[in-house]
Design a protein around this ligand. Structure first.
Ligand code: ADE
Length: 236
């Protein structure tokens, strides 16, 4: 096959059926090198590293998505549409919208609300709330239970803007749409899964709080991020 514009793989079967997708490509490298057996690099176009290896004997891939809906929109579409990927599990970070959620907590996304036009422009989908795969979520929840890792479940906000000039906007979005946290990718990932008939899910670790203004160091993030990774890998 001809490689896609953003992934330099010219054969099917190089990328596993299930792809774990952090935003940061260096985190994909870290996951591959620390959690997978025999990781092989399959993509370095734009430094968006992708690896395939095995976890407990099962073939699995991990690849960065970049930040924001346009970026994850491109990579997840190419994986679903051209490389026969069936499942994408995003493992990202988020900002807490309520004081019931602490730094480092893990959230399993049940719904993504967005004011983004991604789904409408892409496929005429008018919904402002998109859902992940029920089956993947059930498996992720069971994996978290088996590992004794507590999780929150709920609706999150997929935002196109990180630096809002009116900081307090988040309160309106939280109160009107029932969002417990904010990130910038899930809505596009779920739209692509819907359009291609594939499965997507999203686990998030809280890296900052818009309520308390607390934030994590990169070292602390790496540590806390391990819980989320364990859930995703155990499920896969
Ligand atoms: N990802 C992590 N923290 C975030 C925030 N505060 N806003 C948007 N995306 C985020």
């Amino acid at each position: 096959m001809i490689p896609t514009p953003h992934i330099e793989v010219d054969k099917k079967g190089i990328i596993a059926e299930t792809v774990i997708m952090p935003g940061d490509p260096l985190r994909a490298k870290f996951i591959a090198e620390n959690f997978l057996e025999n990781p092989v690099l399959f993509n370095k176009v734009r430094n968006m590293f992708g690896y395939t290896g095995t976890y407990k004997g099962k073939k699995i891939s991990v690849m960065g998505s970049g930040m924001g809906m346009p970026s994850i929109g491109i990579y997840s579409y190419e994986l679903f549409k051209f490389y026969d990927v069936q499942n994408i599990i995003r493992v990202g970070s988020c900002g807490a919208y309520t004081d019931e959620i602490d730094l480092y907590d893990v959230i399993l996304v049940e719904e993504a609300y967005s004011e983004s036009t991604f789904a409408k422009v892409m496929a005429g989908i008018e919904d402002k709330i998109l859902k992940p795969s029920f089956e993947l979520n059930e498996k992720l929840e069971n994996a978290a239970k088996d590992l004794n890792i507590p999780i929150h479940k709920g609706r999150i906000h997929s935002s196109d803007v990180f630096y809002r000039q009116n900081f307090d906007d988040y309160k309106k979005i939280r109160d009107e749409h029932g969002c417990i946290a904010v990130e910038m990718e899930s809505f596009a990932l779920f739209a692509n899964a819907k359009v291609t008939g594939k499965n997507a899910a999203c686990l998030l670790t809280v890296s900052d709080s818009l309520v308390t203004m607390k934030a994590t160091s990169s070292e602390e993030r790496m540590k806390s991020f391990t819980n989320m990774m364990k859930i995703a890998l155990e499920m896969a």
